[in-house]
Design a protein around this ligand. Structure first.
Ligand code: FAD
Length: 287
């Protein structure tokens, strides 16, 4: 029997389709179309109905909320995210390096999160920043940390009557910022490894320290154990903490391919960031 496909015009219509038929959302289609490819010019077929959600105005927009969060709705593209001054620096960096320009205009943040690939570029800085996802169904709306929503490679906590509505990022100022994506080419390369780090250093004390790593395990990695070794410590103590910090990171990551390369490169980037924290003259974006 042929599977039916839909183009809902409102979020309510989409949520009704989600509830009654568990229709699969298709936003930019840049993951779904590739995963279910049948050949040139042949539409992919899935065993469930598909709904093209790209018309839904309720899922568009980037705004600053009164409660201290930046809200990015699910249909926003890497191009619009990279161009928005409201969006925190790490997320703009990741968005501006996703694929080539055509992809950056068609892919969506909802799709990048919904796909939950360990190599997806946006979850990594979002998890660094303690971002949450807003999930809606016809009968409910719930929020959860993105780190908890992504369960593992290609696995999320999305219920089959829900849609990702938006991502909420708590606004926070950092004194030191770092982002690297390592791919085979600058454009159109899937991450081999990515790392974000951020810190707040005041009067020689590390008030906040965090780092997150992409493509180094089944999901984005943050090591709370490693972070707690540095938080509330003096920058002068970094040399004696560095080895334990790197060892804690090494325990947290589990790269399935090229483990030696990924572990060494991650350690080098983290040590580079720690060096910058110790230099009172250096702050802002660490190159
Ligand atoms: C040539 C090429 C290069 C690429 N390069 C990169 C890259 O550099 N970095 C990177 O991270 N990715 C890359 N990708 C992968 C892909 O483009 C991204 O993951 C993109 O963000 C997916 O968004 P989309 O809207 O196209 O997703 P879709 O294909 O529409 O959907 C992906 C998944 O998310 C679900 N979904 C979509 N929207 C929602 C929603 N609102 N609520 C619930 N579920 C939803 C879908 O049902 C599906 O399971 C690349 C892909 C291609 C083809």
């Amino acid at each position: 029997m042929a599977v039916r496909n839909y183009i809902p015009e409102t979020l309510e219509e989409a949520l009704t389709l989600r509830m009654n038929e568990h229709a699969v959302p298709l936003a930019g289609g840049s993951d779904i179309m590739v995963q279910h490819r049948k050949g040139m010019g042949i539409a992919p077929d899935l065993d469930k109905p598909v709904m093209i959600i790209s018309n839904l105005q309720e899922l568009k927009g980037i705004s600053r909320r009164d409660d201290g969060y930046i809200e990015i709705r699910a249909l926003e593209t890497p191009a619009s995210i990279a161009a928005s001054e409201l969006v925190p620096w790490h997320v703009r960096q990741a968005a501006s390096r996703m694929g080539a320009i055509a992809l950056r205009n068609v892919a969506t943040i909802g799709g990048n999160i919904g796909n939950a690939s360990p190599k997806g570029d946006l979850p990594q800085p979002l998890i660094l920043l303690d971002a949450e996802v807003v999930l809606v169904s016809l009968t409910s709306e719930r929020r959860m940390l993105l780190d908890q929503f992504i369960l593992g490679s290609k696995k999320t906590a999305l219920a089959d009557d829900e849609i990702i509505k938006s991502v909420l990022i708590p606004e926070k100022e950092f004194t030191h910022l770092f982002y690297r994506k390592i791919g085979t080419r600058r454009a159109n390369a899937i991450s081999k490894l990515s790392l974000s780090a951020a810190a707040v250093v005041r009067d020689g004390i590390i008030e906040d320290f965090r780092a997150s790593s992409g493509a180094a395990g089944p999901k984005v990695i943050r090591s709370r154990e490693a972070e707690s070794l540095l938080t509330k410590r003096q920058i002068s103590e970094i040399p004696e903490i560095a080895d334990d910090f790197i060892a804690a990171w090494d325990r947290a990551i589990s790269p399935h391919a090229m483990p030696v390369y990924r572990r060494n490169t991650t350690s080098r980037m983290l040590l580079h960031f720690l060096e910058a924290l110790q230099d009172e003259e250096r702050s802002g974006i660490i190159e």
